[in-house]
Ligand binder design. Structure first.
Ligand code: ATP
Length: 285
């Protein structure tokens, strides 16, 4: 699997060099989203712009209601924006499409299907080649540390293992862009740290572009190449911060002075917005 993925990355890099200036994996240009009309209007996103490079890991942090999930819905084509333009690999997003994988907070595995069959679900739905899909699903289950659990059912797995199966499912149809909407929000602190290390490994081995939504500033700093900090009502980009901490990161890196400096900078940006939040996640800040 590692060699297949490595050769995929080399092919992509060579193709990118031959094609000239790279196209953004994700381009968000002046995107606004207003729900409802008149007095009931909710300005969920206001003039949001960002460019994400191929293979980049981007974390989006912000308090509840700043439009993080709305942005994921727009990027995945589940809703059109009120204004502005979104493009994935240069193609405007008009509807849901096959080059974007999504992982939600809840793994939503089908309880009557085995773990392998759950990972195979997109292959079945998209009517892709069964034999190739099965081989890829088995490889991915190994990649996410679930080799040997192919025949298990979801209720036989811990929450962290189920979420890893959901990540394998999102990777199975080889979408180059992976959207992750608070995927570890429901896990306990220790499992969450372990999943962060696992995700860094999976991301590095798979070469995907990842957009990762989180309430947790340390999680964003641990995982991301760049951190997009958003404000609520209306949802706006306050700042995009480069993360200088080298890869591969370990949990010990959280003790580095640069880590603390970044966490403090983001907390400082968000401080005034978090006061009064009551979503139960204040300890993450
Ligand atoms: N379908 C909808 N109809 C009306 N308002 C909506 C709808 N979806 C979201 N909103 C509003 O848009 C704003 C942004 O919501 P969104 O869920 O994107 O925020 P979020 O940053 O993901 O929040 P959280 O961190 O709590 O999940 C909120 O004020 C929300 O109430």
């Amino acid at each position: 699997m590692a060699s297949v993925i490595a050769s995929e990355l080399v092919t992509r890099a060579t193709a990118a060099q031959a094609a000239g200036p790279p196209v953004s994996a994700l381009s968000v240009q002046n995107v606004s989203m207003v729900f409802n009309r008149g007095a009931a209007a909710v300005h969920a996103l206001d003039q949001v712009s960002m460019e994400v490079r191929d293979g980049e890991f981007i974390a989006i942090v912000g308090p509840s209601g700043c439009g993080k999930s709305t942005l994921i819905k727009l990027v995945s084509g589940l809703r059109p924006p009120t204004a502005g333009r979104l493009a994935v690999h240069g193609r405007q997003v008009m509807k849901p499409r096959g080059d974007v994988g999504i992982v939600f907070q809840s793994p939503v595995l089908l309880p009557w299907r085995t773990i392998l069959d759950n990972v195979m679900l997109p292959i079945d739905v998209l009517k892709q080649d069964q034999a190739a899909g099965r081989e890829r699903a088995l490889d991915l289950l190994k990649l996410v540390g679930l080799g040997g659990f192919e025949k298990a059912y979801p209720n036989e797995l811990s929450g962290g293992m189920q979420q890893r199966a959901a990540i394998a499912r999102a990777l199975v149809y080889d979408a180059p862009l992976l959207l992750m909407d608070e995927p570890f929000g429901a896990l306990d602190a220790l499992t969450r740290e372990q999943m962060n290390s696992e995700l860094q490994r999976i991301w590095s081995a798979s070469g995907k572009t990842v957009i990762f939504i989180t309430h947790s500033i340390p999680e964003a700093v641990f995982l991301a190449d760049r951190i997009v900090v958003m404000s609520p009502r209306p949802g706006r980009v306050l700042k995009v911060i480069d993360n200088p901490i080298p890869r591969m990161r370990t949990l010990d890196d959280m003790l580095r002075p640069e880590f603390g400096t970044l966490v403090r900078e983001i907390r400082g940006l968000l401080g005034s917005y978090v006061a009064g939040e009551s979503n139960g996640s204040s300890s993450d800040w």
